[in-house]
Design a binder for this molecule. Structure first.
Ligand code: HEM
Length: 397
């Protein structure tokens, strides 16, 4: 069939297969890796599912991340467009504004800086494991381990008091949920903004030796911009990695040969983290709006059209990864798009990799009898969240 004859598709946003993306995505990718899609409000845009198409669009600055430049309907909830993002939230900015803000942070997230943090991550992980042993089984791996580790690390890095974690973890969870009302999301965003704004003002008055303290010393940024940066880093810095640690552990517990391979050879830890990132791809999609007419893989995306990029579909593309639907901790999974690509590629990717590479093997080593405390199908999945994962992971050992 000619690609032009293919009708537009409608994206399913909820994930119902525990570890796999919705099955229609692979069918659509086979038919046409870039095709027409109907959005929730009925307008026509594009859906990219092939690795090469997704990567090309992410690399192309003729596509914008600014929400107001995209068609007003994001695919999952039209309502989301009404949520105002704070200044400084550079994920949703284009050059030169994006460049100006990101440049101020890149030095804080280099591979070398992240290496220096490793002993601190190891200590935080060991303390959580001590606490789990003290409490004894069973435990919810999310609240006991997977969430506090990245949360503690990002707090230390930014200079946010972890003692306030109930407040910012709650607000973050509401912000990334697809089920919360628009009103609740606006309130959570406003609450987190005002909390961080106060913190930024106190750092302006009395500089501290941490990332936000460093930004507060600069004259280049307004208080609101520093607050927006803090908000982006705080939400992105713990919601994502927490879900990778919990969902990654669940995937290993459900795949005994892969778990055994990792236990037998700890040198597989870095590769296993990379494969978990590829295989599970917890960020379902991202969106872009075309600033001008762009030709991609033989199709013309017109100025003003919206494109949805399916990261899980791209990472399961057999043209890029052999036996792409298999979970194999010994494969070379590099080149996946779980952290995006191009100028907005994840700023915290080395940090996330290090946290996963340290936390998961330490957990398996300390608790050799670790297993699910409920039948596999009873684990509550985050099917309706912008970041996929498990709500809870009941385990015993
Ligand atoms: C496994 C964990 C993580 C995953 C899967 C992930 C995924 C992503 C993805 C897909 C993007 C690009 C979105 C787009 O292009 O539309 C992104 C951007 C970003 N991430 Fe992450 N992330 C993770 C961890 C982190 C951590 C730990 C931090 C902070 C320390 C962080 C901070 C950011 C920031 C600031 C951006 C925006 C970059 C820009 O616009 O220039 N992320 N992340």
């Amino acid at each position: 069939m000619n690609e032009a004859d293919l009708g537009p598709v409608t994206l399913t946003v909820a994930r119902h297969d525990t570890f796999d993306p919705p099955p229609e995505l692979s069918l659509w990718r086979q038919e046409a890796p870039l095709r027409r899609m109907t959005y929730a409000d009925g307008h026509l845009g594009w859906l990219a599912t092939g690795h090469s198409a997704v990567r090309s669009i992410l690399a192309d600055n003729r596509f914008s991340t600014r929400i107001e430049l995209q068609h007003p309907a994001l695919p999952y909830m039209i309502k989301q467009r009404a949520i105002p993002l704070p200044p400084g939230f550079f994920l949703r900015m284009d050059p030169p504004d994006h460049t100006r803000l990101r440049r101020l942070l890149t030095g804080q997230f280099t591979v070398r800086r992240m290496r220096q943090l490793e002993p601190r991550i190891e200590k935080i992980v060991a303390e959580r494991l001590d606490e789990m042993e003290r409490q004894g089984p069973p435990a919810d791996l999310v609240s006991a381990f997977a969430l506090p580790i990245p949360s503690l690390v990002i707090c230390e890095l930014l200079g946010v008091p972890y003692t306030d974690h109930d407040r910012f973890q709650h607000d973050s969870a509401v912000i990334v949920s697809r089920e919360e009302s628009e009103q609740r999301k606006i309130e959570a965003l406003a609450d987190l903004f005002s909390y961080l704004h106060e913190l930024v003002l106190s750092k302006r008055a009395k500089p501290t030796d941490d990332l936000l303290g460093g930004l507060a010393e600069s004259d280049e940024l307004t208080d609101e911009e520093i607050t927006g940066i803090a908000l982006l880093l705080l939400v992105a810095g713990h919601e994502t990695t927490a879900n990778m640690i919990a969902l990654g552990t669940y995937a290993l517990l459900c795949n005994p040969p892969q778990l055994a391979a990792l236990r037998a050879d700890p040198s597989l830890a870095a590769g296993a983290a990379e494969e978990l990132l590829r295989y599970l791809t917890i960020v379902d999609f991202t969106t872009r709006g075309a600033l001008e007419d762009v030709e991609i893989e033989g199709q013309t995306i017109r100025a003003g059209e919206t494109v949805t990029l399916s990261l899980p579909a791209a990472n399961r593309d057999p043209e890029r990864f052999e036996e792409a639907d298999d979970f194999d901790v010994s494969r070379q999974a590099g080149g996946h798009l779980s952290f995006g690509h191009g100028i907005h590629q994840c700023l915290g990717q080395q940090l996330a990799r290090n946290e996963m590479r340290i936390a998961i093997p330490a957990l398996l080593e300390r608790l050799p009898g670790l297993r699910l405390a409920v039948p596999e199908e009873e684990v509550p999945m985050r099917s309706a969240m912008a970041i996929y994962g498990v709500h809870r992971l009941p385990v015993t050992w």
